[in-house]
Design a protein around this ligand. Sequence first.
Ligand code: SAM
Ligand code: DTB
Ligand code: SF4
Length: 306
Amino acid sequence: MTTTEIEALFALPFADLIFRAQQVHRAHFDANAIQRSTLLSVKTGGCSEDCGYCSQSARHGEVERESLLDVAEVVAAARAAKDKGATRFCMGAAWKGPKDKDLDTVTEMVSAVKGLGLETCVTLGMLKAGQAERLRDAGLDYYNHNLDTAPEFYGQVISTHSQADRFATLDRVRTAGIKVCCGGIVGMGETRKSRVSLIAELARMEPPPDSVPINNLVPMPGTPLENAPPLDPFEFVRTIAAARISMPAAFVRLSAGRQEMSDELQALCFLAGANSIFHGDKLLTAGNPEAARDEALFERLGLTAI
Ligand code: SAM
Ligand code: DTB
Ligand code: SF4
């Protein structure tokens, strides 16, 4: 879809947009089934990058730096996540990118989690030549690496790397045969035009990402964006719908910011075509709804887990 077509989607009356999103969603997925992934921060804080939204940058945010977790701790967390109904386990590290030595441990984590019968995902920052292949050989299913925001807004949020750097890593991941999880954040004070261009950029990838996380900014204390004006919730739902319509076969993940959303707003996001969530009471450093609240919501909406 072109940028103009995506702009036209955002401009539709709300009911027409949701109707279009439902049609596309139902042509490609069971509209009542939601995939659940659990996140674990395997290396928290102290990151060299300056992403304006992130609590883990060494330049701002109030998160204590921790070293890489032990494989045994990660396996215990993955087992607990599986028991609570997650089908995918996603391990995140606050790195610009991993050193080859770090990958020795991360590949062990991936193999062990895969061995539990879970799908595996990691988000480690930018990859160098050969690193994606090592992760693939360890049994990695998905690599998460977001475009984060529109190209024209990127420099206002992040100065220590460029969006072109992000594309280079996405190419390495795809070439290694790993599935791509790539999305972005809204609610950072960007214009609708920037939200349109983020979605257009994602949809233009060849092929489009397999999984598209749409994060609503969680304003973290101490970060440059801690006082960003909250996005109109309907505009968030429109962004989900535009992602669904422009990337029909992708899992669209209702990602960060769900804890701050009402059950009714989450239901609108599912109607707009979101069919994946993070499950478990923590994201990386921010909170996420308790499993019991999700169970109750699934029950009330007649949703099933994939
Ligand atoms: N360091 C790696 C990287 O930047 O790719 C992996 C971890 S990073 C925390 C993963 C993603 O989390 C970011 O790309 C961003 O989209 C999202 N994120 C981080 N902080 C956020 C916040 N406060 N609100 C919403 N999303 C956030
Ligand atoms: C993604 O797009 N969202 C997740 C996952 N990929 C790694 C991370 C959300 C982080 C929210 C802020 C925090 O927990 O610090
Ligand atoms: Fe580092 Fe990732 Fe946070 Fe940016 S988003 S500061 S790269 S952990």
